[in-house]
Design a binder for this molecule. Sequence first.
Ligand code: CMP
Length: 148
Amino acid sequence: ALQLTLAVIKPDAVAHPLILEALHQQILENRFIIVQSKDLVWKRKDSEKFYAEHSGRFFYQRLVEFMSSGPMRAYILARKDAVSYWRELMGPTKVYRARHVAPGTLRAQYGLTDTRNTTHGSDSIESAMREIAFFFPEFQAHEWIERE
Ligand code: CMP
């Protein structure tokens, strides 16, 4: 059965056309179905809301600032084991760690810093549903899943 996940190409990567293209190609090469995608820019309050669970962490302000600093691209992706597959492709959050333990991953190859780390991916099926609704409020996930 197909699973859905939310993938986001963050402002650092969207700002660089070659990196944006490389990341898009990775999605296609790994046989994800792109169910929907959109380019968008967050207001600061969108950023604060999406990352509310991190409020209070030392990196929260810079994260919120960064994620509302410019255009990003969001995808609803479908694939067998989409959630874990996309997370494997991204690699670890921290870029130095990604380069060390998972050099072929997206963050290892294209990440700049622990905050500007190119991509986001939902960490569970439940967060995927919540995050898809946040980015694509009009998307009817349940209808889509039932059709599969
Ligand atoms: P993401 O997968 O979007 O989830 C939370 C984000 O917070 C993460 O990617 C990074 O962009 C950022 N982040 C997480 N940990 C750190 C950290 N230690 N230092 C700076 N930024 C971080």
